[in-house]
Design a protein around this ligand. Structure first.
Ligand SMILES: Cc1cc2nc3c(=O)[nH]c(=O)nc-3n(C[C@H](O)[C@H](O)[C@H](O)COP(=O)(O)OP(=O)(O)OC[C@H]3O[C@@H](n4cnc5c(N)ncnc54)[C@H](O)[C@@H]3O)c2cc1C
Length: 349
């Protein structure tokens, strides 16, 4: 269906086609049954999705512990580091503790402008089963702002202990960004989980000094989503680290999106078949789109893990002597390298 740069399909026709392909496939026996317990033995792939039935999730948590299962996304936007303006932003830890954060300082006027645009910005309406999802620890930034003009300054935007090196004084408010991937090419906006519509995120967060030209690699979302803390429990073949016969696929792995969920199904399926046939399991090359996603699932911080969609920021850095400034050229080089890596992988299996 026409959708500009996005891939859009007619949900009904698309799911009818997938159902038809599966039910007519000679090697697939389709059993329409609710599974409440993970089979005790044999190889299985669990791909029960963001709205997984609770009984099966209980069976899964018996194996990995409930701490490793999240039931909804409170996701903050992730920004490409190279799009941050370091003429305004500065690196510092609070009270000079380390230098793990990038800080964007706001004056009182800048803060009030940001506040007014934030509380009046358009929000994505939650589905019925997503109402009343929020709890204190991960309130959407716009819902926090609704509580009062200064609430954010005592929360995610508190300036204490973060003097701006240019003035030596603490700004009126500060937005902090924390490293999100191994390379340090992605940073997420701390405490900015949000349900704002994506266009509004781009517009409103560009009001933050230092983020005027921010490239948002993953937008914030707030929605019901059952997913695993992948870095803590999954290996590079998408198996549970302590249960080598249990593969996880789809959105449950900690990816976000249809393409990503399907890709994890493909990755898990290939290695489950290799295991069944006593063949060597094959990791996907990091340079490929699927491999870069699995690499993120394996190497992201388990303490701060949030589901991820495919984007240029999670690919390994290009091995180039001179940094490529032209974004389109860089994207083409990452794409060509990914296609080459994926082709080599296909030829090897
Ligand atoms: C409301 C909502 C809207 C979304 N919109 C988009 C979007 O527009 N674009 C996008 O890219 N992504 C979107 N996603 C995210 C995601 O891409 C999709 O959810 C995608 O369908 C995930 O694929 P999956 O195969 O992991 O799970 P699903 O497609 O959900 O498939 C899992 C299947 O397992 C079945 N199942 C669950 N528990 C059991 C059990 N115990 N026994 C047997 N079967 C079971 C379910 O009935 C379901 O048929 C959305 C997610 C949600 C929740």
């Amino acid at each position: 269906m026409p959708a500009g740069g996005a891939l859009a399909v007619d949900r009904v026709k698309f799911s009818q086609l997938v159902t038809q392909k599966i039910s007519e496939h000679k090697n697939i026996e389709l059993v329409r049954e609710k599974v409440n317990k993970i089979p005790a033995d044999g190889i299985c792939i669990i791909a029960t999705g963001p709205l997984s039935a609770p009984e099966l999730i209980n069976s899964l948590s018996e194996k990995i512990g409930e701490n490793y299962i999240a039931f909804f996304d409170a996701v903050a936007p992730v920004i490409a580091k190279e799009s941050i303006d370091f003429n305004k932003a500065y690196v510092a830890g609070r009270y000079s503790q380390g230098d793990d954060y990038i800080n964007c300082p706001l004056s009182k006027d800048e803060y009030l402008k940001f506040y007014n645009e934030l509380v009046n910005a358009e929000r994505a309406l939650p589905h019925d089963f997503e109402k009343n999802l929020y709890f204190e620890g991960c309130m959407p930034i716009e819902v926090l702002a609704d509580r009062g003009v200064d609430t954010m300054r005592y929360g995610p935007m508190k300036p204490v202990g973060l003097p701006d090196p240019k003035t030596g004084r603490e700004p009126w408010a500060v937005v902090q960004l924390r490293q999100d991937n191994l390379e340090g090419s992605l940073y997420n906006i701390v405490g900015f989980q949000t349900g704002l519509k994506w266009g509004e995120q781009k517009r409103v967060f560009a009001l933050i000094p230092g983020l005027e030209n921010a490239e948002i690699m993953r937008y914030g979302v707030m929605h019901r989503n059952t997913s695993l803390n992948a870095p803590a429990v999954l290996d590079k073949y998408l198996r549970l680290k302590d249960f080598n016969n249990i593969f996880i696929a789809g959105q449950l792995t900690g990816v976000e999106g249809y393409m990503e969920s399907t890709a994890m199904g493909l990755a898990a399926g290939i290695n489950a078949l290799n295991l069944l046939n006593n063949k060597e399991l094959k990791p996907w090359p990091d340079e490929s789109a699927i491999g870069s996603l699995i690499r993120y699932l394996n190497t992201a911080s388990a303490k701060h893990f949030q589901p991820m969609n495919a984007n240029l920021g999670i690919f390994p850095a290009l091995d180039v002597k001179i940094k490529i400034k032209d974004k389109k050229l860089k994207a083409r080089q990452i794409r060509d390298r990914a296609i080459e890596a994926a082709q080599k992988f296909w030829e090897s299996i």
